[in-house]
Design a protein around this ligand. Sequence first.
Ligand code: HAM
Length: 422
Amino acid sequence: MEFTTIKGFKDILPEDVETWQRLESEARRVFHSFGFKEIRPPLLERTELFSRGIGQETDIVSKEMYTLKDSKGRGLTLRPEATASVVRAYVQHRLYLKNPIQKLFTIGPMFRHERPQKGRFRQFHQINAEIFGDPGSRSDADIIIMAMFFLETIGLSGLGLHINSLGCHKCRVSFKKELKKYLIQKIHALCLDCQRRTETNPLRVFDCKVDTCKETVSSAPSILDYICEDCQEHFESVQGYLESSGIPFVLNHKLVRGLDYYTRTTFEVQTDRLGAQNAVTGGGRYDGLVKLIGGPDHPGTGFAMGIERLVALLDEDAEQEVRTPDLFIAALGDTAEKKAFNWVNDLRRTGIWVETEYSSKGLKAQMKRAGRLGARKVLIVGEDELASGKGVLRDMEKKVQEKVELQNIVNNLKGILKESTG
Ligand code: HAM
């Protein structure tokens, strides 16, 4: 049997990992400057956390969760998203007691059993940020500004910010009624799932990927015509902050997002360069979620971005910078090999990337390996060099050689290598 990754799961190979690390460390740097702290919830949670938090009628809960049973028969689920887990941790550890405004971020894998395609995987990774404790428009604007600033910092521009308001639980009732009336008139154009959703949760018809359903909702009533005065004011205020921060956006009344917990502001950052999977970031406000998960009635707002999609956009844009070793030590003979082993370790402790062979090899084979690795310089040390107290240092690019004193070699090499890197 040949073992390969399972469908929708992929290895992140060494040549890609540097881009991932750069994104993760930029996220940490930018988010810290906005006052966010990292939290790392587990990957496995009680199924109920997600079914209650995200909503039974959503695609995620109804079709896409990886669920198993523990020894007592209780459902456990690999997290399909991070918000419910972060909310659970916020409630469980009463983080609100330490600070009435909590700003948290988390980075890691999520699992959804979706049909894999370009930009869509079954294990994917998100950078996720949440603000708890503020109901106002400024925290919505702040979270959107942070997302846009981060995307700009990593070198992604030309992305479209779409925003909408889903109103509050009160004003959404009248919209749902109108939407339902509209959908019932068109019921035969809807797929069987959407015919059911029309009754149970009509907003979810907006998420359907079936063409006739998409066409049907394209002329559905707009939620923005139904939101109450308070929600209207809140939404206008968010827009005002975005405008004064110079962040362009488009109003998109069809942006209902695929999770039930949203209230008021929702947003997505979209690209036209990834085919059907056009959202690189999605988020919004979720004022009832903390209470729904068993905590106090605290508001929240946040977003998540898919790392695979960010990396795909960056790959299209940029030449990959490949790192290569600063030095290769080619040692010949037992004594030189033993000395080289110690020099390698001493040099590595100073932050210099040094490579050498693990087994005894001739000079030709060692030079070939140094060339393949792309080492900038090679130190050649054999019996003659040890006897004369001088090694040979070859510059692989310029193809020139010089002698270096072996006494105090670690310091000598440190100086030479630092000088040549500038
Ligand atoms: P979401 O829209 O489901 O929202 O996912 C956010 C982002 O994760 C998407 O915009 C996309 O970049 C990425 N993503 C989602 N599914 C996949 C997949 N199958 N393969 C690759 N990338 C994917 C949430 O998850 C919410 N928890 C966001 C949020 C946080 N709202 C408030 N706080």
